[in-house]
Design a protein around this ligand. Structure first.
Ligand code: NAI
Length: 415
């Protein structure tokens, strides 16, 4: 078996942490139990490019429990948990991922996954799909799954241009994914990354959240819960208004730049914090990014403006400005929750990855009629995932009485 990981001797540590994550992934466990019986993925080759974490390890094992043959590489060079990678390899699942791998190795690993000629690919940021539309057009999978907002935006653009070569399921768009993973997962884990790299007290500080989508809302809510004064920067008037009605201050980026103690970017956009903002930031301001790519903070310009740079703590770098101010950047401007902490908690990845597994089943069940489009999973699968998760949390779900059901039917029909 071919693989490329940092250190196989980390397998036992990885195994323990994978088991800990599994305890908090009951929905995925119920799918796994079903797949062990029905084996829906018998002989199906999966190529996955995802954050190599303990939660992803549980997804890989779930697919394998259904008969799938899985190969995994990283979707970000800084997010790989080397012990999780080692445990998977020790368990017979090929992994190509080394934490902090350079760009050349990163792309070599993507190619290694595609060399397995996958029937179904899984992306977190559309990297495999991009290669399948450029260098590897000799391969045409039955379908692909996309985990994140940024990837889905690219895929929808490809669909609109008529360029998409095969069907893709936008797993991100399932309600039981983005309403929970993006919001609660990113909200909590982005702050976890900030806390681990700085050990700062959030209470009483001004936290500027740039982008008030699902992720930004989560970061704002959690910062608020920790006692921060929250400022939101948005370009969409509806979302900006919604932030204002949540009680947050809404400002332009330039206004916010001079008041923020901590900045968290979550827009999926480029250079949302740039020179004009760096020029007015307070001494000691801390800058973090939780959006998919490391382009949201213009680090090239910040490096040029700085007279010196110094690594202060793991994932915490100081940029000294010529006027004596010091700005601090977390995790090189990469996803702070994955690069400086452990990514989303297993409890929330449970639902995201249940959607991934159900999407794979859905592609196989519908392969004859799927076109080269971006699909959303049917709503009944969302309902299934939500009901299973609610039951696992011990929540009771009210059911309509027969009288209520017929009342609703006749109301809808106008009878
Ligand atoms: P979204 O599309 O719901 O929200 C993004 C928001 O940013 C939008 O409201 C948009 O109007 C706003 N925005 C765009 N440009 C802006 C600018 N220049 N200034 C201020 N606001 C701006 O997207 P979502 O789901 O919240 O995801 C955001 C990013 O986070 C994406 O790149 C996504 O892939 C990534 N993501 C990261 C995760 C993590 O683990 N850190 C998890 C899930 C998503």
């Amino acid at each position: 078996m071919d693989y490329d990981i940092a250190d196989i001797s980390l397998a036992d540590d990885g195994e323990q942490r994978i088991a800990w994550a599994a305890r908090r992934m009951p929905v995925l466990a119920s799918l796994r139990a079903r797949y062990e019986q029905s084996r829906p993925f018998e002989g199906v080759r999966f190529g996955a490019c995802m954050h190599v974490t303990t939660e992803t390890a549980n997804l890989m094992r779930t697919l394998r429990a259904g008969g799938g043959e899985v190969t995994l590489c990283a979707s970000n060079p800084l997010s790989t948990q080397d012990d999780a990678a080692a445990a998977l390899v020790a368990d017979g699942i090929p992994v190509f991922a080394v934490r902090r791998e350079d760009t050349e190795t990163y792309y070599r690993h993507l190619q290694a996954v595609l060399d397995t000629r996958p029937d179904i690919t899984m992306d977190d940021g559309a990297d495999l799909v991009t290669l399948l539309h450029t260098e590897r057009t000799e391969l045409t999978p039955l379908g692909s799954m996309e985990e994140t907002t940024t990837g889905v935006i690219r895929l929808r653009a490809m669909e609109a241009e008529g360029a998409l070569r095969f069907p893709v399921v936008a797993v991100n768009d399932s309600d039981t994914k983005h309403l929970f993973d993006n919001r609660h997962g990113t909200g909590q884990s982005a702050l976890d990354g900030v806390l681990r790299s700085t050990n700062m007290l959030i209470a009483g500080r001004t936290v500027v959240v740039v982008g008030f989508g699902d992720c930004g809302q989560g970061v704002a809510d959690r910062s608020d819960g920790l006692g921060a004064k929250v400022v939101v920067v948005e370009v969409d008037p509806v979302r900006a208004l919604s932030a204002a009605m949540e009680g947050y201050q809404v400002m332009t980026a330039l206004e916010a730049a001079s008041v923020g103690d901590l900045f968290v970017t979550v827009t999926g956009n480029i250079h949302v914090l740039r020179e004009e903002h760096f020029e007015v930031m307070k001494d000691g301001a801390i800058l973090a990014n939780a959006g998919h790519f490391d382009v949201e903070i213009d680090l090239d310009t910040l490096s040029k403006l700085a007279v010196s740079r110094k690594q202060i703590r793991p994932a915490l770098e100081e940029f000294a400005m010529d006027d004596g101010r010091r700005l601090f950047v977390l995790a090189e401007g990469r996803l702070v929750n994955l690069a400086a902490a452990e990514g989303h908690p297993a409890d929330v990845m449970d639902m995201s990855f249940a959607n991934q597994a159900l999407a794979a089943e859905w592609i196989l069940d519908n392969k004859a009629k799927l076109e080269s489009k971006v699909y959303r999973l049917p709503a009944d699968l969302d309902q299934e995932v939500a009901a299973l998760k609610l039951a696992a949390l011990g929540g009771g779900l009210e059911l309509l009485t027969p009288e209520q059901e017929s009342y609703m039917v006749s109301w809808r029909q106008g009878t």
